[in-house]
Design a protein around this ligand. Structure first.
Ligand SMILES: [Zn+2]
Length: 276
């Protein structure tokens, strides 16, 4: 009898602890909730900051609420690797204020997806960089971090979960195929992720980002690789960094800051996809 009671007690404790609102992230979950309340107050604000003329006099202004509006949606997805040794380490990094970094999603090696910021809110994942004319990428993108130290292949479970997530995001927010890019594309001078192990070819086949065709044409004689990189979206202010970033994404076999004839053929092909 005693043994049965003990088992029941242990079972009860296990059920209680798994349902308990306490847990390793109870405090940060509460901070998240309180912060969102603060943002609701900001959204509800109705009086505009008064505009002033050159003499400092307020110009006439009035709030008239429209009935036709919605919430702004992300138009890009930025893919990262965490460059950390475990998903646990990343969850800690994103739940302490000292790092000031975060992402909307983190995908563990076993395929588990951690959702850390609501899709409609701004996460701190992209930082300084430029893609086309977009500089504040955090304001218009969803950031996905994949648990990977940067020197290893991604797991099948991670890519399977990623594809399910991307399918949802693409559908929910109507994100164009061209706008699934890597952190390396947005910030070539600073970031190498998700790097040459990332399966961009397979993603492109499923409609997330682009990859070159199997049969490639030679570019025309007047083909300017700097302009082509720029028209794809790359920040070409450091051309070597832009070439390396392009090769990490679209070539992957080598990432030297030089363009071989094959690299140029790939670039010409990809450039046409981004500029149909
Ligand atoms: Zn990154």
């Amino acid at each position: 009898m005693k043994k049965i009671y003990l088992r029941l007690l242990l079972l009860g404790l296990a059920v209680f602890s798994s349902c308990s609102p306490r847990g390793p992230y109870a405090v940060t979950n509460k901070v998240y909730k309180d912060k969102t309340k603060g943002y609701v107050a900001t959204i509800k604000k109705q009086l505009p900051d008064s505009l002033k003329d050159s003499t400092g006099r307020p110009i006439p202004s009035e709030w008239v609420g429209t009935v036709n509006f919605g919430i702004r949606k992300a138009n890009y997805v930025i893919i990262h690797y965490t460059a950390q040794d475990s998903v646990q380490q990343t969850l800690t990094t994103f739940t302490v204020t000292t790092t000031q970094t975060s992402a909307h999603y983190v995908i563990a090696k076993d395929g588990k997806v951690y959702h850390m910021v609501n899709d409609y809110l701004r996460a701190n994942h992209a930082g300084l960089g430029k893609w086309g004319s977009v500089t504040d990428m955090n304001s218009c993108s969803i950031g996905i971090e994949i648990d990977n130290n940067g020197n290893e292949p991604f797991t099948e479970s991670q890519i399977a979960s990623l594809l399910l997530l991307l399918t949802d995001l693409k559908k929910n927010y109507n994100i164009p195929q061209a706008n699934f890019i890597g952190h390396e594309d947005f910030a070539p001078k600073r970031k190498p992720d998700p790097g040459p192990f990332f399966p961009w070819k397979m993603l492109a086949q499923k409609g997330f980002g682009y990859w070159s065709d199997d049969i490639l044409e030679l570019p025309p004689d007047n083909f300017d690789y700097t302009i082509a990189l720029k028209l794809i979206g790359y920040d070409t202010s450091d051309i070597n960094a832009a070439i390396v970033a392009f090769k990490r994404h679209f070539v992957q076999t080598d990432v030297k800051p030089t363009l071989t004839q094959l690299d140029l053929n790939v670039l010409y092909n990809v450039y046409q996809k981004y500029n149909p």
